[in-house]
Design a binder for this molecule. Structure first.
Ligand SMILES: Nc1nc2c(c(=O)[nH]1)N[C@H]1C(S)=C(S)[C@@H](COP(=O)(O)O)O[C@H]1N2
Ligand SMILES: [Mo]
Length: 383
């Protein structure tokens, strides 16, 4: 059986006029994903090459919400885009050797772009559903392929720029750029297809954005419910899963604050007797959900003062949890020095639920949720 040829695809909808319009939005969505993704990556580096600001406290919440929302909106956009250009897959290669080389390079760059785009959307969505059906590190791989995708996208736009410009500046029904075989008009107009695509992207956003926009909670059937979980805040890792059910409530619990040879050991009661600070700060999970809450506890800076730590030094925060990648995190110097960086003992006025990190958890402004360490037992000046 012979493979189909571009002439076999006759729909007027598979036109550069459609591909350029949908592609523009897809390009914007991928650009947003890339910028917010790089930001999220740097924010999670143990030793970032640039000091990220601690304010505004909601900034990471917004950038990560945008990242996941733009990724979700990209799914229908990418599907329609691929459908509209699919016949080109069967274009016969040119005969002249020089043309063949250029053709091959162009095809290869598109192959890389499509593969990278599909990979990013599939792994990203699986991740936001907290499903990890693979063995590689999600974060490192998603980050690396993000660069591949954006690089291939820039090449693709550069190669197609004349076509894109022509398509976007002429009427959507203009046939100048169409393949000769495109004569079947069918029931749906190009305008109709493009509008349907916007609606699909909008519905995909509505179905998930409630994870971070409380007003949309009720319509977001696919999102994590931001009001779910004890004390109205979702939980990723429970105390049971972290293996701290006993150690977190043990009378032997101590918080050790260490700086070189100096260290102090505090009980929960000692912590409760120190001056308390209350702050409204979000938990913004990298998976896209976020929730705001009122936290009360001791300033990390006040704890560091107990051991004479200089202002602005990074601090290693260690959990009672014995295994897992997030049992210890590094708090960069400017975060450790911030007045709103707390070792929280209370959430919305009540003692922390054990799943939220009882007896005490880190909560800092503008910090990725994954680094807001729960069940903290040790703060140690790193340098
Ligand atoms: N010790 C420890 N702290 C942790 C985690 C963890 O797995 N272990 N998960 C983090 C993640 S991914 C998030 S989003 C927040 C969630 O905090 P919450 O469960 O109180 O909402 O806790 C963070 N703190
Ligand atoms: Mo998270």
């Amino acid at each position: 059986m012979r493979p189909p040829a571009p002439e076999h695809f006759t729909s007027r909808l598979r036109s550069p006029a459609v591909a350029a319009r949908v592609g523009t939005w897809l390009g914007i969505a991928f650009g947003l994903c890339f910028l917010t993704g790089v930001y999220s990556h740097v924010a999670q580096l143990p030793d970032p090459w640039i000091a990220l600001p601690t304010r505004p406290s909601w900034f990471y919440r917004v950038t990560q919400g945008l990242h996941v929302t733009a990724g979700v909106a990209s799914v229908p956009l990418l599907l329609v885009k691929l459908w509209s250009v699919y016949p080109h897959l069967f274009t016969r290669p040119p005969r002249a050797r020089r043309d063949l080389l250029l053709h091959g390079l162009e095809r290869a760059s598109i192959g890389v772009l499509v593969a990278a785009a599909v990979f990013q959307l599939v792994t990203g969505i699986a991740n936001s559903a907290q499903w990890y059906p693979w063995a590689f590190s999600f974060r490192a791989t998603h980050y690396a392929i993000g660069w591949v995708a954006i690089g291939a996208l820039v090449i693709h736009i550069a190669v197609k720029l004349p076509t894109i410009q022509q398509a976007l500046t002429s009427d959507i029904d203009d046939a100048a750029l169409d393949r000769p075989a495109m004569s079947a008009s069918g029931g749906l107009s190009r305008r109709g297809l493009v509008r349907t695509t916007w609606v699909a992207a909008g519905l995909a956003v509505l179905a998930t954005a409630g994870s971070t926009v409380p007003a949309l909670r009720r319509v977001s059937v696919l999102g994590v419910r931001s009001g779910d979980g004890p004390q109205g805040v979702p939980v990723n890792k429970s105390a049971r899963a972290a293996g701290v059910l006993e150690s977190a409530v043990s009378p032997d619990f101590r918080l050790v604050v260490a700086h070189g040879d100096l260290s102090v050991s505090l009980t929960s009661a000692d912590l409760a007797e120190m001056p308390q600070t209350t702050a409204d700060l979000p938990i913004a999970c990298v998976e896209g959900w976020s929730a705001s809450a009122t936290w009360t506890g001791v300033r990390v800076r006040a704890l560091l003062d107990l051991v004479g730590a200089p202002v602005g030094v990074p601090v290693t925060v260690t959990s009672l949890q014995e295994h897992g990648p997030y049992r210890a995190t590094i708090l960069p110097g400017n975060f450790a020095a911030d007045d709103l960086t707390l070792l929280a003992l209370r959430l919305d006025g009540e003692p922390l639920d054990i799943d939220h990190g009882f007896p005490c958890r880190l909560i800092a402004p503008n910090r990725p949720g994954v680094l807001q360490t729960k069940w903290v037992t040790r703060l140690e000046v790193s340098a």
